[in-house]
Ligand binder design. Structure first.
Ligand code: ASP
Length: 342
């Protein structure tokens, strides 16, 4: 073989190898399976598994799972007890999407503990996809939901403390997060749930593949702490915070929502999987686009993505260290530290 041919051949085979790596960078698939953002959501996975493990529907599983952090006053990023906006109001965002490509969402809704249930009703009972603010609240009340005060004394205290400086800071520095993770190491020795580093954001994004091979997803958050009143991030936006395509896979996100919206994060990931990327490689590509958009500033920017495909393979990727996700299958639950780019 002459040198030129040899070089051509090795270029082709290394290109093939990298395609193969991209396709194979996942995990071996299994179903049913449910995955969710952040370690404390193993409790949410357990609830979802009660549905999935009994042959139930992916959508029912994720809606059951997401209600766990929504009702937990100690989770200050989702539902009841969520940190308020800068005016002291707790405003919630949530969405759902099912195996038929149907979806519903509520945005900036106050006083209702389970926005995921209202999002599901928007999908099932209205000709619309999205309801916001007072319209979402009125719809919830008309459907029998109870109006409740969602601002717990702890979250009110944190807000009043924040008011002293009133500095909005959605970023978290790498040093800061590494220190928090380091402080957390000893607790890692004990079984989960150990307290994970508290960020000022950590939405639940949950996607599942059921025994019948159908996908579903849900996402819920109180959004970025101390945001402007009326601000909506990625979490209730179909295609940004969540996307499900029953032919391909499902993805969800957490972190600084503005950056996820700018790249249509979850839709991007599902499309990458459609073109043969593994869940992890697809999440990595979405992260790469966010980092590219944030030239030099991305080291302080946490965004995490997770995804599953139709085979039940899962994966995740984050901009910086600190993101983790919970995976539950018939073999049990594990918390996996996500890879990260910076
Ligand atoms: N993604 C959410 C938002 O931007 C924040 C989070 O993940 O906690 O509203």
């Amino acid at each position: 073989m002459n040198r030129r041919k040899f070089l051509q051949l090795s270029a082709v085979s290394s290109a093939l190898l990298s395609v193969k790596e991209t396709l194979a960078a996942g995990t071996s698939g299994t179903k049913p399976i449910v995955i969710s953002t952040w370690a404390p959501n193993i409790k949410a996975n357990a609830e979802a598994w009660k549905v999935l493990g009994n042959g139930g529907r992916a959508l029912d599983a994720v809606v059951a799972g997401v209600q766990v952090p929504e009702a937990d006053p100690n989770d200050q990023s989702v539902g009841y007890g969520g940190l308020p906006d800068r005016d002291g109001k707790v405003t919630l965002d949530s969405c759902v999407m099912d195996e038929n490509g149907q979806c519903g969402s509520v945005m900036a809704m106050e006083y209702i503990m389970h926005p995921v249930l209202v999002a599901r009703l928007v999908m099932e009972k209205t000709p619309h996809v999205q309801l916001v603010g007072d319209g979402a609240l009125q719809f919830a009340l008309a459907n029998g939901f109870k109006k409740e005060n969602l601002l717990t004394p702890e979250s009110e205290k944190a807000w009043k403390e924040w008011l002293k400086t009133s500095k909005y800071n959605p970023m978290i520095t790498v040093e800061n997060i590494q220190e928090k993770i380091h402080n957390n190491q000893q607790e890692k020795e004990t079984p989960y749930p150990w307290p994970v580093p508290r960020l000022n954001h950590d939405t639940i994004g949950m996607v599942a593949l059921d025994a019948k091979g159908n996908l579903g997803g849900a996402c819920s958050t109180s959004g970025m702490a101390y945001k402007m009143h009326g601000r909506v991030g990625d979490s209730p936006i179909i295609g940004a915070g969540l996307f499900v395509d029953n032919e391909v896979g499902a993805a969800s996100s957490t972190g600084v929502g503005e950056e996820v919206v700018k790249i249509c994060g979850s839709h991007t990931i599902v499309e990458m999987m459609r073109h043969g990327y593994s869940p992890e490689a697809a999440c990595k590509e979405a992260v790469r686009r966010i980092i590219k958009n944030n030239k030099g500033k991305a080291k302080d920017l946490q965004v995490g993505f997770l995804a599953i495909n139709k085979k039940g393979e899962h994966g995740a990727y984050a901009t910086i260290k600190g993101f983790n996700y919970c995976v539950t299958t018939a073999a049990g639950t594990k918390v996996i530290d996500s890879k990260f780019m910076i």
